[in-house]
Design a protein around this ligand. Structure first.
Ligand SMILES: Cc1cc2nc3c(=O)[nH]c(=O)nc-3n(C[C@H](O)[C@H](O)[C@H](O)COP(=O)(O)OP(=O)(O)OC[C@H]3O[C@@H](n4cnc5c(N)ncnc54)[C@H](O)[C@@H]3O)c2cc1C
Length: 445
């Protein structure tokens, strides 16, 4: 028996979901039932796996269980960058090893194609998902050096980009704080909660049922299949797919292999027309920091108004939980980062503050494959789950269905996360590395 001892917990509200009109809750699992497939976790990976299974086996019964409501977990609390080009968060400039980067680009682009196909198929609005590209913004000479190194890396990969000068950055962002930017055209931007909601609603049918507020508290082997228990019900299924990202560890797998990091966001209240005019710039833009440990900034106009979103700080939390106090402390860092960029908006307050989980591995690879008889996993997205979750969810459905493809071969080259050093070294090393990286990010934070 595998007990899922620890349930997911994310501090603060899922802001992207909060600015949307309320959605009616889906039922939680309240009976004993059976299905051909059970998927645990309804984020990018779980919804993609469910979507692909229903394409491959239109007559099969698929059940998806999530501990929380759709778009309330990390899939609805991220910054919405679905990035095609290398974005290795553990490197100084996002670049990794060239041959691995080519493989990763193929996988990321396949994820983007699958998401854009969903957009066309179910007529999702641009607000939910749009191909717009993104900018790596540099506020300091150190940031410019990072962009230069990244540009050289993109040259080696024969990937297109454009360098933007200070004036071009001003015209886009309305702030003079950016010295320059590197625009890469292939990124797709999500309103992550809206995209996740629309995807869930589009794939649901009488054969594909999604239950919210249905935490799996234990998972037992039964013959060659499995039975998953929630507080009020159970599902028996011959095959189970775990798409719970870092909570894979709570199911008893990959202990001492997964690196649990929280990162944090703040979203302003809706700007007034006067504030929008005072700021200037474009109404939608998306900027990742030139230094991976700097500040991500988005300006977003859509349902819920015209807002600015700040994301920074990363904390190593192997306990898979953080306190509300932590959120309060990080709020002041966010306010500082916001004011450093938007002094014109000094009277604009943050309406939402939140945190969310990332799962990384020391060697930047995912957990992908059959981890026990008829138990499959697509987890550990290394902080880039919009693309990696989408593609690994799709491909795990294909692997479990004995499909074959070059892309599946590419995904299977992720050989699994390296073992962490003993807990006290990992704790110390993880925290020190993040703090040192943030210190070095300096003005980019
Ligand atoms: C502030 C922030 C900004 C980010 N920005 C970006 C970004 O711009 N681009 C990007 O690519 N990534 C970003 N990320 C990371 C991204 O959100 C994750 O990588 C992504 O959500 C992982 O997708 P997933 O489907 O694998 O897992 P998740 O989205 O974590 O989904 C797993 C689901 O499993 C459920 N679950 C866990 N345990 C159980 C259980 N016992 N029973 C039932 N259900 C369970 C959880 O409730 C959860 O909904 C960001 C994250 C944060 C927090």
């Amino acid at each position: 028996m595998v007990k899922a001892i620890q349930q997911p917990a994310d501090p603060g509200p899922a802001a992207w979901n909060s600015i949307l009109p309320p959605q009616s809750p889906r039922s939680s699992l309240s009976n004993k039932t059976t299905a051909d497939w059970l998927i645990i976790g309804a984020g990018f990976a779980g919804l993609s796996a469910a979507r692909r299974l229903s394409e491959l086996h239109p007559n099969d019964q698929v059940i998806v269980l999530d501990a929380c409501r759709i778009a309330e977990g990390p899939s609805g609390r991220n910054s919405g960058f679905m990035i095609d080009v290398p974005h290795d968060l553990s490197s100084d400039d996002y670049g990794g090893n060239a041959s691995n980067d080519h493989r990763q680009i193929r996988l990321n682009r396949a994820a983007i194609a699958y998401a854009m196909q969903a957009k066309d198929q179910w007529q999702m609005a641009d607000e939910a998902i749009v191909a717009s590209g993104k900018i790596n913004g540099a506020m300091s000479s150190r940031g410019v050096t990072h962009n230069e190194a990244y540009a050289r890396h993109l040259d080696r990969l024969h990937e297109p980009y454009e360098r933007l000068d200070e004036q071009a950055m001003f015209e886009i962002t309305g702030t003079r704080c950016y010295l320059e930017g590197l625009y890469a055209p292939g990124t797709v931007m999500l309103q992550p909660a809206l995209y996740t909601r629309l995807l869930a609603a589009s794939i649901e049918s009488s054969r594909l049922r999604i239950h919210e507020a249905s935490p799996v508290v234990s998972l037992e082997k039964e013959g060659t299949g499995w039975v998953a228990y929630t507080p009020q019900g159970s599902v028996r299924a011959p095959r189970v797919v775990l798409t719970v990202n870092g909570h894979l560890q709570s199911f008893g797998y990959y202990d001492q292999h997964l690196v649990h990091v929280y990162t944090y966001g703040s979203m302003t209240r809706a700007l007034t027309t006067r504030e929008v005019n005072a700021l200037g710039g474009q109404s939608n833009w998306a900027l990742t920091p030139a230094d991976p440990l700097g500040t991500t900034v988005r300006r977003f106009s859509g349902t819920g108004g015209d807002r600015i979103i700040i994301r920074n700080r990363a904390t190593y939390d192997p306990s898979l939980s953080v306190s509300d106090k932590r959120l309060e402390r990080i709020a002041s860092d966010h306010d500082r980062s916001f004011l450093n960029r938007f002094s014109k908006l000094k009277d604009v307050s943050m309406e939402y503050r939140w945190g969310g989980r990332l799962c990384l591995s020391l060697n930047s690879v995912s957990v992908f494959g059959e981890i026990d008889k008829n138990l499959y996993a697509a987890c550990c997205q290394n902080g880039l789950g919009t693309a990696k979750g989408t593609i690994s969810g799709k491909l795990i459905a294909e692997l479990a269905s004995s499909e074959q493809s070059d892309l599946l071969e590419d995904q299977l080259k992720d050989t699994g996360p390296a073992k962490l050093p003993p807990a006290w070294i990992a704790n110390l090393g993880g925290s020190v590395r993040l703090k040192w990286g943030e210190f070095r990010a300096g003005k980019e934070l």
